[in-house]
Design a binder for this molecule. Structure first.
Ligand code: TXA
Ligand code: MG
Length: 523
């Protein structure tokens, strides 16, 4: 089919309206994103929207109207809350969901008993709806799964040859799709955040909830309040990874990546190929530019893109919601002090792995080293140890290790007390040293509850016979002593069940290759 390119002239608007009225498809600008419009009351026309987009048919469409009162025939009842939102906001980047009337075909509502209605603020959009004389079903005018179109060019890229006409009305003012709120539940709930924020809605109708799927995504078996939320969305071909970091940490991280692109804010100092999407403190600029930049990254051939995390307040919530879907929920959290927490039983071979990670540019923070520092002459923990285990455990500023061990390991309770004194002090020394990409090498990482400070936990394991041999050679101890040490530790299951990844270091398996795979996945 030949797609007509139309302008916003009287004549072209009249033609666009005519095409829609007759059952055809017209893409047109709105203040949010470009929409792909068809007569919402005509099942056949609506079916052709799903076909042109490649959209699953259980994902309902928003019905667009030109005047506030046009909502009345489409719904069972305009509830008082709906009326309040209409009075306050319409026309606006806001969609309200209510129980549908019999006028709305199942194809439009995706088989649901509700309908989503919106009166766009954009003049051109309203002129076209008016000219058509019917309510207009219009999803975003992109191929399903790709970023929504915010410029006529994007629509042409996706829809040329598949629809009757495209009206070029310039760039979209907001750049992210409308806020979708359902009023068909007990408490009004935001199903998709947009430029009309939770705060703005609450100022008019009181308590508003945010659907958990907005920020966290959903598992395969959950039923979606809004079917659109279960599909992968807004994704460029490139793999996008969000980096939770402030400006300085983001720059440092991204600038040391190879074969990657960055999606950053204006003013970030980035040395690898990159694009910006607005500025850090300006959520409206981020919303306006995000989808266009995701499309451009594909044109630039990006395969891996590290994106700076937007704030989640105000319209930032909408930006974050779109970006996290584009990233398929991949986030690297560098706000935690340690990128990798490395733990495992004695003799499992953590040392070898630390050497390798050092070669890869990680800073290694050695918890054992700090633990030993705390037992050196005049350590600040000595007075506390004396109060707990007796004055004589320290004499002339020197720790009597044997005596302390005897008293501390006398019972489980006493051992716990020792840990309660030592762990916080070790943690602080480690944290003071943490900077950049670093690995926390800590045999007692789990016992000291440092999980939350590590972005990912990797545990290293090896068969008992291998560990036994290693510690006997390393520490020059007898078989019995080595066995006792191993017995005093947790079993393998303890580590495996609390780690994100496990590396087997039995001296044969290719440990470096195992770690490369982990790094590839998490960075
Ligand atoms: O800004 C916008 O809303 C744009 C412009 C063109 O108006 N339109 C748009 O439509 O974004 P679309 O189809 O791409 O997204 C509509 C979203 C989908 O996630 C859909 O699942 C949800 O709204 N939705 C529609 N009707 C619904 C209903 N009855 N119940 C729950 N969710 C619904
Ligand atoms: Mg869409």
């Amino acid at each position: 089919m030949k797609t007509k390119l139309l302008t916003t002239s009287e004549k072209d608007i009249a033609l666009a309206g005519e095409i829609i009225k007759k059952g055809g498809l017209v893409a047109f600008p709105t203040e949010t994103v470009y929409g792909l419009g068809a007569n919402a009351l005509n099942s056949e026309a609506v079916k052709s929207i799903y076909a042109a987009k490649g959209r699953p048919s259980d994902n309902p469409l928003i019905v667009h109207i030109a005047e506030k009162e046009d909502i009345i025939p489409l719904v069972k009842e305009v509830t008082p809350e709906a009326q309040a939102l209409i009075d306050e906001f319409f026309p606006a980047p806001l969609t309200v969901i209510l129980k549908k009337s019999d006028l709305i075909p199942d194809t439009t509502s995706g088989g649901l008993d509700t309908v989503a209605v919106r009166m766009p603020e954009n003049e051109t959009a309203r002129r076209i709806i008016k000219a058509s004389g019917v309510p207009v079903a219009a999803p975003s005018a992109n191929t399903s799964g790709l970023p929504s179109p915010t410029k006529a060019k994007h629509v042409i890229d996706d829809m040329n040859g598949k629809i009757d006409a495209i009206v070029d009305g310039g760039d979209c003012k907001f750049g992210v799709e409308s806020t979708v709120i359902t009023l068909a539940t007990d408490i009004p709930t935001i199903l998709r955040p947009g430029a009309v924020t939770k705060e703005m809605l609450e100022a008019v109708i009181g308590e508003v909830e945010i659907s958990p799927a907005v920020l966290e995504g959903m598992s395969e078996d959950e039923t979606a309040a809004s079917p659109g939320m279960k599909y992968k969305h807004y994704s460029p071909k490139a793999k996008v990874i969000i980096v939770n970091a402030d400006k300085a940490r983001f720059e440092e991280f991204v600038n040391s990546r190879k074969n990657a692109f960055a999606l950053c804010f204006d003013g970030d100092d980035i040395k690898i190929p990159h694009l910006t999407f607005g500025s850090e403190g300006d959520d409206l600029s981020q919303a306006r530019e995000l989808f266009d930049r995701l499309r451009q990254l594909d044109e630039m051939g990006a395969e891996k893109v590290y994106a700076r995390i937007p704030s989640r307040s105000g319209v930032g919530m909408a930006v974050y919601n779109r970006l996290i879907r584009a990233a398929a929920f991949n986030i690297i959290d560098l706000k935690k002090p340690y990128t990798i927490g490395l733990t495992g039983q004695t003799g499992a071979g953590k040392g070898y792995i630390c050497e390798y990670l050092k070669e890869k540019g990680f800073k290694i923070i050695d918890a054992d080293y700090h633990s030993r520092r705390l037992t050196k002459r005049n350590s600040p923990v000595f007075p506390i140890l004396q109060a707990e285990f007796g004055k004589d455990v320290v004499v002339d500023g020197v720790l009597n290790r044997k005596l302390l061990a005897k008293r501390a390991f006398a019972s489980r309770e006493r051992t716990d007390r020792l840990n309660e004194i030592m762990h916080p002090a070790i943690k602080k020394l480690c944290r003071d040293e943490a900077k950049g990409l670093c690995v926390l090498d800590a045999p007692q990482l789990l016992e000291a509850e440092m999980q939350n400070e590590c972005y990912k936990i990797v545990s290293v394991t090896a068969p008992e016979s291998v560990r036994l041999k290693r510690i006997k050679e390393r520490d020059n101890i007898t078989d019995i002593e080595a066995k006792e040490r191993i017995m005093a530790q947790h079993g393998e299951e303890y580590y495996l069940s609390q780690s994100d990844y496990t590396v087997i270091n039995d001296g044969r398996a290719d440990v470096k290759a195992q770690f490369d795979r982990i790094l590839e996945e998490i960075l």
